[in-house]
Design a protein around this ligand. Sequence first.
Ligand SMILES: [Zn+2]
Ligand SMILES: [Zn+2]
Length: 325
Amino acid sequence: MKAAVLYGANQVEIRNVPTPTLAQEGEVIADVEFVGVCKTDQQLTVAGLDEERILGHEVVCQLPEEQGYFALNNEISCGQCSYCQEGLTSHCQNLQELGVNHDGGYAQKIRVPRNSLHRFDYRNPALGVLIEPLSCAVRGVERILAAATLLSVSRPTILVIGGGLSGALISYLLTHSLNFDGEIKLYDLTKASIPWAVKLGIERLEEPEQDKAHLVIECSGSPSGLATALQVVRKAGIVCIYGVPKAGISLPISPHELFMREIAVLTSFAGATDQTMGKAIKHIKDDEAFFEQLLGRVIPLEKLPNELTCWCPQAGTRTVVDIGA
Ligand SMILES: [Zn+2]
Ligand SMILES: [Zn+2]
């Protein structure tokens, strides 16, 4: 079968590789239809891995024996360790992540546990690539809303930094949450237009305002975004690190300043569970038109190596690989 193989730092190529065979009970070989190109894929590509790997974790597939489309929860947890017992399956001590430390979806076929597949039914099945990232955002917003009870106001001002897909999904969930009442503003470094923010009626700032936001959600994953978040948040406010920070950078603020300004720092790491996948599937079903605008360019597998090494998605959208194209 055709697959995009990462074989070194910044080295990806299309190869003919053996089709996966069933290894364990409960596994199936699925036909991959669409895969989202995530910033995590780009970061793994730049860094390279110790072994050759097929990346791709935002996967839509079909099964030869069953009707319909399925979204993959790429995190396979053991169910036994103390974290799994607490329901924190993303922190499983024996976690396997398809498309990260096991082969993923940038191929014609993928081997997956049957119970990691979640059926959905949308007019446009490519929308299914948003289910995994939205599932992570569901967890993020649950943590943000729980933390927001620490704030001194019931209608907080929120600043979202970064207008990419993460910023879009977090903002969407907040504006559609019954438990949230407040104002969201967006700051994005680029000058590119960001249609999703217009659709949600979110004001876009030219410059981040100092001392205005009670809660700042950093969605860009950039060192400058994180520095801005910590700089502008109000005293006794919260900074949520949602965009994955680069490995090796430090928090650009001293513990003394954190303490004196009484800033709470919150993070949210992935979090696709059966429950969050189910919620994500329903959100998209309820509002396909909104999520449709988050789909960016659709490319064939052959164009993926260039996409991963150049990294130039259309602002505020997810690039999709159409495996059958
Ligand atoms: Zn991702
Ligand atoms: Zn476990």
